[in-house]
Structures are given as C-alpha cells and as structure tokens.
Design a protein around this ligand. Structure first.
Ligand SMILES: CCCCC[C@H](S)C(=O)N[C@@H](Cc1ccccc1)C(=O)N[C@@H](C)C(=O)O
Ligand SMILES: [Ca+2]
Ligand SMILES: [Zn+2]
Length: 303
C-alpha cells in the first residue's frame, strides 16, 4: 500500500471545488499537507462537535472530501495553506514561528459556535449557528485573522487588552485583508448566510458596523477585554487610509516590519503610529510615503 503525500479534492463551505494536499497511510486519506518548504506541516482535525482539542484527524476513505459536513475541514485546510504561502512568499516567514511550526486547525468545535480563535497552540473554528455565521473556516480572511494572532504572539506579543488588544485585533484584520484583498470587508463570506452584502467589520467604513473610526469615539468598556473588537475600528481605518494612499505592496511591507520589529506587548495606538512611521522610514525614507502614513493616523485622531 502506498504511503505518502497525495492530492485529493473536496467542496468548501460554499460548495466550491478545491484541490487538497493530503496524506495517505494504510488506505486512509488525511488532511495533512507535507508539501510546504522547510518542513511546515499543515494539519486539520475535527472536534466532532465537542470541545476537546485537538480532536481527531479529518480523514476520508477515498481522498474526496465531498460531504457537506466536510466543507469546514476542506476550507480550514486549504486556507491555512494559502496563509502559509502568503507569509512565506511575501514576507519570507516560514510559518507563524518563522521556524516551520505545524499549523494545526480544528473544526466542528462545539455546537453552533459563532466564533473562531487561536488558543496559543492551534486554530479553532466553530460551525456557526447558520444564522449569524456559517462554519467560520469558510472565509479566507477569518483564517488569516487567526493565523496572524499566532504571528503576533511570536513577534509583537500585543497584550489582548484595551489599546494593545485593539491593535492586536486590528493587525489580525489588516492581514486578513492583505491575504484576501478583494474587498475591505471582514467575514463577509460566512457572516449572515441568509443576508447578502453585509460583513462583521469593514476596514473602509468601521462605523457601518458599529465601530469607531476616530479616537474621539474610543469606546471605554470593561467587556470584550476593553472593547478590542470595537476599538480596532480606529487602527483599521488608519490602515485603510494608508493602503488607499500608498498601495497594498508598500503597506504590507510596512505593517509586517512594524509588527515583527517594533511593536511590543504594551504598544498603544500612538506607539503603533510611531512603529509604522519607523518601519516606513527604514523601507522608503521620509518622503511622500512617510507623510501618507502620518496623515492616515492624524485623520483617525492618533498623533
Ligand atoms: C474565544 C474568545 C474570542 C476570541 C476572539 C477571536 S481572536 C476573534 O477575534 N475571532 C474573530 C473571528 C472573525 C474574524 C474575521 C471576520 C469574522 C470573524 C472575531 O472577530 N470574532 C468576533 C465574533 C468576536 O469575538 O467578537
Ligand atoms: Ca474579506
Ligand atoms: Zn481575533
């Protein structure tokens, strides 16, 4: 019996065909991708609607992951691969630890769970309740958001509280855009499956989804670790303005350098402005690009 890397296929959450990097051993096919350079393995598992992690490998008997319930597994696996490729090809980073760490995802976590998270060791995806969310791995920007939390943990280490926490959330959203740049919306592919045209958040118009886009409207609260999913609208808007003025190619290099070199666990919004300006200066000098970044943060009331 052959054992080793194989290529299978499946249908994602939205019913779309996807080719999959799988692994075959004793007649079973696993969502286990050994094809990434420098040993970064990507493996996908299922919690089988329970909450114990990491759960069991997502397997199939004929390398065709085509059942409806396998859609979440297919997309978690496929999109994790695209996010690995983004960080490796664009920023030369080999997995979230820059040392080929295994990227592990577990889907079908809990029952009707309307969220996804990085738990310090792996990604975890709920199936959603079918009204607020479809299975959350069905959105590439969600997967990029979660893997970016892992990158942040190994670089800036932004504390998940108040401004540093909102910055953590914002960087996760901003790299969600860099990986899936066709719109400035977040979660649109899995959010409210019965309603089209909406999203959970928007980088271009945070206010459309209840987020502030200026420091004057900072939301002081004790919930959600100090409103990290609300106040991320302010740095998200600054990122949008930056991308609009200098373009994605320069912006993603500036953001990656700020995240990986200058930001620290206690960086607040003002420190983020400084980190991004320093990164801009390192990469592009202090001319128009620098002025555009400075202007973006001034427009959201951060100096
Ligand atoms: C378990 C505790 C909560 C962890 C929050 C994770 S990191 C998170 O931020 N998840 C994202 C998922 C996401 C990402 C992009 C687009 C849509 C949805 C998130 O924003 N969760 C919302 C629902 C929240 O927790 O308020
Ligand atoms: Ca999107
Ligand atoms: Zn998050």
């Amino acid at each position: 019996v052959t054992e080793g890397a194989t290529t299978g296929y499946g249908y994602g959450v939205l019913g779309d065909y996807k080719s999959l990097k799988t692994y075959s051993a004793n007649g079973t096919y696993y969502l286990y991708d050994t094809t990434k350079p420098m040993s970064g393995v990507i493996e996908t598992r299922t919690a089988n609607y329970g909450s114990s992690l990491p759960g069991s490998y997502s397997v199939d008997s004929n390398n065709a992951f085509t059942s409806t319930s396998q859609g979440a597994d297919v997309d978690a696996h496929y999109y994790a691969g695209t996010v690995y490729d983004y960080y490796y090809n664009t920023h030369g980073r080999n997995s979230y630890d820059n040392n080929g760490a295994t990227i592990r995802s577990t889907v079908h976590y809990g029952s009707n769970y309307n969220n996804a998270f990085w738990n310090g060791a792996q990604m975890v995806y709920g199936d959603g309740d079918g009204s607020t969310f479809d299975p959350l791995s069905g959105a590439q920007d969600v997967v990029a958001h979660e893997i970016t939390h892992a990158v942040i943990e190994r670089t800036a280490g932004l504390r998940y509280q108040d401004q540093s926490g909102a910055l953590n959330e914002s960087m996760a959203d901003v790299f969600g855009y860099f990986v899936e740049p066709e719109d400035f919306l977040l979660g649109e592919d899995v959010y409210t499956p019965n309603k089209s045209g909406d999203a959970l958040r928007s980088l271009s118009n945070p206010d459309a989804y209840g987020q502030p886009s200026h420091m004057d409207d900072y939301y002081y609260t004790s919930s959600d670790n100090g409103g990290v999913h609300t106040n991320s609208g302010i740095p998200n808007k600054a990122a949008y303005l930056t991308i609009q003025s200098i373009g994605k190619t320069k912006a993603e290099k500036i953001y990656y350098r700020a995240m990986s070199v200058y930001l620290t666990p206690t960086s607040n919004f003002s420190a983020a402005r400084s980190a991004l300006l320093q990164a801009t200066s390192d990469l592009y000098g202090t001319g128009s690009t620098y002025n555009s970044v400075a202007s973006a943060w001034s427009q959201v009331g951060v100096n």
